[in-house]
Write a protein that binds this ligand. Structure first.
Ligand code: HAM
Length: 426
């Protein structure tokens, strides 16, 4: 075969593409109900934006970005995440000095040059939300309440937030130094990349998948031991309010997240159905990012859900809706079949398909019965799949013969009575 999808990218067809659409529709509905409006930012940004926000020494910027020079020699990057672009857009369009709070959500493709495996792609999709302008714990509560409303709408149950606080830049620095001290005598087995992290940005060691690093980190200092008094108070208040709001969480002292812009609250949600290191979603507070990208001081918090992973583990909804498969006996009935289909659609009786190939009842019925077998994967109710037969006789009598495929029962109905027939059965 000559042409293949680029490694780590994929094509989505029904029913899988429908699952993505369903997740995006739920996001629009639930986030909209919380006052969040949709933002769409470009897939391409200046490379410098990610280096400055996500952080030069993170895995994402250091080795996972799709970066290239355009024809004028400018360094551009396919966005590896959307928070940096949203903040850039807010600052550029002067929304950062407008009315607060600002509530935005997004859905779209992101790109990371990672080793592809189950649930990990080079082009993947995220659904996320960002709340700007709220310094207090009420922001955490709104964001996590909304997140759980969304997960609940998709039928998830029993998910728990892993929660931590990484404090301020100053407390992170103290923590980093303590970590360097702790690991100094424990880093013999580290690879070159992890040695670099130990020297440049020790927090990033928590992103390492190397068992030697993971073992060395066990019993290491915790971020929460280094929090300044305000961050500590903030964290305690977040925990207290989450309890009141009924959001299930557990403390996860080793959670630091793989991006440098976080301050104070960080969180993730994992599913036991994905591999141990694969979170469905992650997020946190980034109180300094707007300012560092040229805007005013503006506290903010948000999350991004890995849509591919979400769809993979989301409970399948019960099938709902029906299908009318209109079968013209031959080419002479095709015109009439198209009219009957239009009539059925105007009755809003579920999906309507016409056998445009007009290949005769026998062949078309074989296809219709195959549809019955596909019902579950297409989200259709078996009992609501009908073949609508249109032969010469029906055309002359202005009738249609409707056959319920699951039982084989059939009935010839005057066209004028279609609405009444459907109201009682479909
Ligand atoms: P992140 O943790 O880098 O955070 O990504 C969020 C989610 O995207 C992950 O939990 C995972 O489900 C999904 N994801 C990441 N990489 C891949 C991949 N290669 N294949 C499939 N799914 C993947 C962020 O991106 C932050 N912007 C989140 C945020 C928003 N923080 C504040 N606001």
């Amino acid at each position: 075969m000559k042409y293949r999808a680029v490694k780590g990218t994929r094509d989505l067809f029904p029913p899988e593409s429908e699952r993505f659409a369903r997740a995006e529709e739920a996001a629009r509905r639930v986030f909209g109900a919380h006052g969040y409006g949709e933002v769409r930012t470009p897939s391409l940004e200046a490379t410098e934006l990610f280096a400055r926000s996500v952080g030069e020494t993170t895995d994402i910027v250091h080795k996972e970005m799709y970066t290239f020079l355009d024809r004028k020699g400018r360094s551009l990057t396919l966005r590896p995440e959307n928070t940096a672009g949203v903040v850039r857009a807010i600052v550029e369009n002067r929304l950062a000095s407008g009315p607060m709070p600002l509530r935005l959500w997004y859905a779209g493709p992101q790109f990371r040059y990672e080793r592809p495996q189950a649930g990990r792609y080079r082009e993947f999709r995220q659904i996320g939300a960002e709340l700007l302008g709220v310094p207090g714990p009420a922001a955490e509560i709104e964001i996590l309440t909304m997140l759980f409303a969304f997960l609940g709408a998709l039928g998830f149950q029993g998910l728990v937030v892993a929660l931590n606080s990484v404090g301020t830049a100053a407390s992170r620095e103290d923590f980093g130094k303590a970590l360097q001290g702790y690991l100094a005598s424990r880093s013999e087995g580290f690879g070159e990349d992890d040695r670099r992290k130990l020297a440049e940005n020790p927090l990033r060691l928590f992103d390492s998948k190397d068992p030697a690093v993971r073992a060395a980190l066990e019993g290491s200092p915790r971020t929460t031991d280094f929090l300044d008094p305000d961050s500590k108070r903030h964290h305690e208040e977040v925990r207290r309010l989450l309890g009141h709001a009924g959001i299930p969480f557990r403390d996860e002292p080793s959670l630091v997240r793989g991006l440098d812009y976080y301050t104070r609250t960080v969180f993730e949600v994992a599913s036991s159905e994905l591999g141990a290191q694969d979170a469905i979603l992650g997020g946190g507070r980034y109180d300094k990012l707007v300012e560092s990208l040229g805007g005013p001081p503006l506290p903010a918090i948000g999350f991004a859900i890995g849509e591919d992973r979400l769809v993979q583990v989301a409970p399948r909804p019960a099938p709902s809706g029906g299908l009318f498969y209109v079968l013209p006996q031959g080419p002479e009935e095709l015109d009439e079949a198209l009219r009957v289909a239009a009539e059925l659609r105007s009755l809003a009786a579920g999906a309507v398909e016409v056998d445009l190939l007009a290949r005769g009842f026998k062949k078309a019925m074989a296809r219709a019965n195959a549809l019955l077998e596909e019902a579950a994967s297409r989200g259709l109710e078996r009992e609501k799949i009908f073949a609508v037969l249109l032969g010469a006789r029906e055309r002359e009598d202005s009738t249609v013969t409707i056959k319920r495929l699951s039982s084989g029962d059939q009935e010839t109905v005057p066209r004028a009575q279609l609405a009444a027939w459907i109201a009682g059965r479909a």
